[in-house]
Design a protein around this ligand. Sequence first.
Ligand code: GUN
Ligand code: ZN
Length: 433
Amino acid sequence: MPAPRALRGRLLDFTADPAAAGSGALRYIEDGVLVMAGGRIIDRGPAAEILPDLGTMPIDDHAGRLILPGFIDLHIHYPQSRVIGAFGTQLMDWLERYTFPEESRLADPDVAAQMARFFIDELLANGTTTAAVYGTVHAAATDAFFEASRQANTRMIAGKSMMDRNAPPWLMDTAQGAYDSVKDLITRWHGNGRQMYVVTPRFAITSTDEQLAACAALIGEFPDTFLQTHLSENDKEIAFVREIYPWAKNYADVYRHFGLMGPRALFGHSIHLDDSEVAMLAESGAAAVFCPTSNTFLGSGLFDRDRLAAGGVKIGLATDVGGGTSYSMLETAGEAYKVLQLRRQTLRPLDAFHMMTRGNAEVLGLGHLIGTLETGSEADVVVLDARATPAMAHRMTAVDGDLEQELFVLMIMGDDRSVAATYVAGERAVRPR
Ligand code: GUN
Ligand code: ZN
């Protein structure tokens, strides 16, 4: 357990959703102190109030910088760190040409362990302290991921990808085999320290009816696990789903039919939905996860945030590395803004920073643990510098102390260079050399 430590700087978090509560949802202390002990936030407030009680406790001085809850990424693939920026294809060809061959390498547990360590270091360098993570089909590779996360003491939500058709034979499991190995992984990892399990049928195309039914059985047996998959990302994908599930009303209906839609389910992309699919997501309490850098890079389409929000669908934000092109939730928010511009919609900086922190935590039902700087919360923290590069510092000379403009500069120009420090459960994360 790390020694007690305090952080001094500009504390910023949210107590509600600014889309509903306006700027009253924002909690900002210009000269604040956050006190961390035992992995949790034990006190917070104006420096003038907190400092006199700290005695000899070490204080990290982040004067001028913003101290926020660590970012949360709701959809990312840890085996795809070497696939980012693969040229020239859309989803189905991209999977076949680049992604499946790369994921095959993780059959070797040593490769998986090395990939997991790189991945977690990279997330932390970008200020992301929790993510919903896809593994490969190999159970040992998901073990390797949880082991790396346990060592970093990060709160991660991860699962083995389940695939029993329409994939290379060496990347396939079976309905029963996947059920058995996922059950074993859940038993060993879900709720083990900070680790949590997410049942992960890759998408409707790569699972048989039997395997989707096995997923429902698993979430029935372990109701506090999560479910994640892909939904309605790309036109060829949607046509394929229609072909192999001719009885289904639409793509979302496949997941609904097998009992996979519920309040703990995360549906990556959710771009090309018809009205009944929007209603299905809303009624079940499932979340649509917006992955903007992936959707533009793979040419998948433009997420319709306003339509889904008006339909009552919960919405999360994510990188989707390696279809996505950046680990940075700041860059992801910047790209989300641009996607919504093309839709004649907008993303205000307060809404973006809420999504990256408390909003994504609430989507997971974990708002009592992560996503805010509330006393009692887990001490996962990111420290941001809006003047990190010459171009940003120059831009900031035109931002006259306006906090929302500063946040917008961070999401449009920021990346890992703007992350001055990341703390995991109260301890500063330092990248190994
Ligand atoms: N659909 C099924 N698998 C994947 C994947 O790995 N990345 C993306 N973006 N979409 C998928
Ligand atoms: Zn994905």
